[in-house]
Design a protein around this ligand. Structure first.
Ligand code: ASP
Ligand code: MG
Length: 422
């Protein structure tokens, strides 16, 4: 049994969806579960819609219309059987969303966000499933929310692995054995029956959750790149594809900002030894990258990962106390309650510095909270560079034209927080 994940770029227009059909054709007769993301940039548009709805702004109607027209265009270019139920099904889904926008929103923004933004995956999976059926690739549409059970952490749902694993292996597996199934990435449901999303770009993670429950032989993430590269080719033109890497190395790369794989994806796969293949949907027969080889088979290329839009926060006490256990525990607690993830930290006797994603909303609230007891200095617009298998030469090259703010070295890896030279 194989799990395939197709991201937004792979279904961004009618031609792209047709190409997904071509990729899938080659696997006819095999047991395949397809996990699909929202089409193109739909999630971004739905985020704006959720905000406009929450803030009761008139522009919600325009954003809704744009999302609707975008999908209608794709459907027009794809489905030729106008008596197909899909038109009605999708029309009904849009009516459902429009009605939802007329209700007064819940007071919890994150909950509202999940109820609105999740429509993107429902639309895309409906369209893909209908198109494939029309093209002769028989499949069944299933709602991922019936299988992926989460807690109530809206926008970052935590999966209940026991219930989810059981449902997938008992209820979904027999269906996938009979025919191809098309389902959604990114979404699950909590015990109160509300949709909970798994965090932005979370469809890779969904694919891993399904593979875990199905005991799949592999997961393939179909991308518009050839595989996992040793650096971002947009920033580093000499970047090359990595043929094979171990799970720990992939976790590290994803965690420190290689956007090709969602960081949470690897661990469920590693726990069952399920390989993850990253392949090109443009060139589906080419070998991509295999994640999950043993450390010995891993190719040791230097890798350079740059995580932009970082904020460096430096925290020191107002009462001249040292930044040791008591203060650190208070500070960590504040980060956890405000859901701000720490990408790198460093402490000295009198101050504690952390590098975090500059998610304005959460970070501003955190800083306001900390300012009651601490003096806070912050430095916006910095980047976190993680370089593995480095040499002095690679380091000097990356430090040209930048201002080094923090440097942390271990034998194989160096992490640098850098800003632009003043
Ligand atoms: N559509 C969601 C997003 O753009 C999930 C995904 O693409 O993985 O974040
Ligand atoms: Mg997406």
């Amino acid at each position: 049994m194989k799990v395939f994940k197709f991201g937004g770029a792979s279904v961004k227009n009618a031609d792209a969806v047709r190409n997904v059909g071509n990729v899938l054709q080659a696997f006819e007769g095999e047991e395949v579960l397809v996990v699909v993301s929202a089409m193109g940039k739909t999630t971004n548009a739905l985020e704006l819609l959720a905000t406009a709805y929450f803030e009761n702004k008139e522009e919600k109607h325009d954003i809704y219309k744009q999302v609707k027209i975008f999908h209608e265009e794709i459907i027009k270019g794809l489905l030729h059987n106008s008596s197909s139920h899909t038109y009605d099904d999708i029309e009904n889904l849009f009516i459902e969303l429009e009605c939802e926008l007329e209700n007064s929103p819940d007071s919890n923004f994150d909950k509202v966000y999940d109820q609105i933004v999740s429509y993107g995956e429902i639309f895309s999976s409906r369209v893909l499933s209908a198109y494939l059926n029309e093209a002769g690739i028989k499949n069944r549409w299933m709602d991922a929310q019936n299988f992926i059970c989460t807690d109530n952490t809206y926008r970052e749902g935590k999966v209940d692995w026991d219930i989810t694993g059981n449902l997938i292996s008992k209820k979904l597996k027999p269906i996938v054995k009979k025919q191809m199934v098309v389902t959604q990435g990114f979404i699950g449901r909590n015990k109160d029956n509300f949709t909970v999303t798994l965090g932005r770009e979370g469809s890779d993670y969904s694919a891993a959750i399904f593979a875990y429950g199905l005991d799949a032989e592999s997961v393939t993430i179909w991308k518009d790149v050839a595989g996992v590269m040793n650096a971002d080719p947009k920033k580093f033109p000499d970047a090359i594809k990595i043929d094979a890497i171990s799970y720990p190395k992939a976790i590290e790369m994803a965690y420190f900002g290689a956007t090709v794989i969602h960081p949470k994806t690897i661990q469920p796969l590693q726990s069952k030894n399920i390989p993850l293949l990253v392949k090109s949907f443009v060139n589906p027969t080419a070998e991509g990258t295999v994640v999950g080889v043993s450390k010995e088979k891993e190719v040791h290329l230097p890798t350079i990962i740059s995580k932009g839009n970082q904020l460096l926060i430096s925290i020191s006490s107002k009462d001249f106390s040292f930044i040791v256990e008591d203060n650190l525990s208070k500070i960590f607690d504040a980060f956890a309650t405000h859901k701000v993830k720490i990408n790198l930290m460093q402490n000295s006797a009198i101050s504690f510095s952390v590098c975090v994603d500059n998610d304005l909303n959460r970070v501003n609230q955190l800083i306001q909270f900390l300012e009651k007891d601490y003096t806070i200095k912050s430095n916006a617009g910095v980047s976190l560079l993680t370089i593995t298998n480095y040499t002095q030469e690679t380091l000097s090259k990356h430090l040209q034209d930048t201002q080094l703010l923090i440097e942390q070295k271990t034998r194989n890896t160096v992490q640098l927080v850098v800003g632009l030279k003043a």
